[in-house]
Design a binder for this molecule. Structure first.
Ligand code: SAM
Length: 284
């Protein structure tokens, strides 16, 4: 044990063990306990790194809550707890978040040894805009939660990064194509840093066809272009929108004000369109 207890989040490779950082090896060697998802898998990583862990405990989605109490108690006693997951960064579609919150709330130091994350690797390899993006992890598998998320993504202007299992990829791409439109550009980043690494790029509808041809295997990051900015409003769109609001009982004046604000156009333009002979509402 050295110095005050702390939590150390250690990034590990997403496939290629050569990506394990020297600082990650030092952190694993210095830890009093290494918390991991799977002792066999992490055991192989430690063996590769030449590290003999003093203590190895499992933390997964089911045990994180209970383990958090034990690990926090160990940090309270001055121990260094390192956290790794099966691949990539802890806390990114993996255990870690809850532990960080608890340890930080208890006033202890949380240190991070950054490593690869499939989301970032897939994004930068996609060729899609990287300036603004959102990470969606795995979509909800079914039901209204899935539908709601897909609907929200349709208007998302930032590049969207998703994880998906190979046996659900075809269905997810078909759902994305339905919700976001078949022409939306996407990239399928597969088996990054591994032997069969490849990045396929095309439209969502072509991605669905591609999946039907190749029978997806391995690990995938799906990257989808953001929604295009809305074009300038046409006269017809403005007229239709005012008509819709009038049908709901709004006066032409109020409807014009609201539509002008929503489409960011002058109110007098909307009002003029709404009161032109073909669209005038006798009630005003
Ligand atoms: N914590 C990890 C990270 O930071 O990337 C992600 C863990 S999540 C449980 C696993 C998912 O990440 C996989 O289903 C896949 O979507 C993606 N993934 C992990 N490794 C990958 C790789 N080498 N190539 C492509 N996708 C990968």
């Amino acid at each position: 044990m050295s110095g005050p207890g702390r939590l150390v989040l250690v990034g590990t490779p997403i496939g290629n063990l050569g990506d394990l950082a020297p600082r990650a090896i030092d952190a694993l060697a210095a830890a009093d306990v290494v918390a991991c998802e799977d002792t066999r898998r992490t055991g192989r990583l430690l063996q590769h790194a030449g590290v003999k862990a003093r203590s190895l405990v499992t933390v997964n989605d089911h045990t994180e809550a209970a383990r958090t109490r034990d690990l926090l108690a160990r940090i309270d006693r001055g121990e260094i707890v390192a956290v790794v997951t099966d691949a990539g960064m802890p806390g990114i579609s993996d255990p870690g978040e809850r532990l960080v919150r608890a340890v930080a709330a208890a006033g202890h130091v949380v240190e991070v040894i950054p490593g690869p994350s499939a989301a970032i690797a897939g994004l930068v390899a996609s060729g899609l805009p990287t300036g603004r993006f959102c990470f969606e992890g795995f979509l909800p598998r079914k039901g209204s939660a899935r539908t709601e998320r897909l609907t929200a993504l349709a208007d998302e202007r930032r590049t969207v990064v998703l994880y998906e299992a190979p046996h659900r990829l075809a269905r997810t791409l078909a759902d994305l194509s339905g919700a976001l439109g078949p022409d939306r550009r996407c990239a399928l980043a597969r088996e990054l840093t591994k032997l069969h690494e490849e990045v396929w790029r095309g439209s969502l509808s072509a991605a669905v066809d591609h999946c039907a041809e190749v029978d997806p295997r391995g690990e995938y990051v799906v990257v989808v272009d953001g929604a295009p900015p809305p074009g300038p409003a046409t006269d017809d769109e403005l007229r239709d929108e005012v008509r819709r609001l009038r049908d709901r009982g709004m006066s032409t004046r109020d409807a014009s004000t609201e539509v002008a604000a929503r489409f960011d156009v002058p109110r007098r333009r909307v009002y003029a369109l709404a009161t032109s002979p073909s669209d005038a509402d006798p009630a005003g």
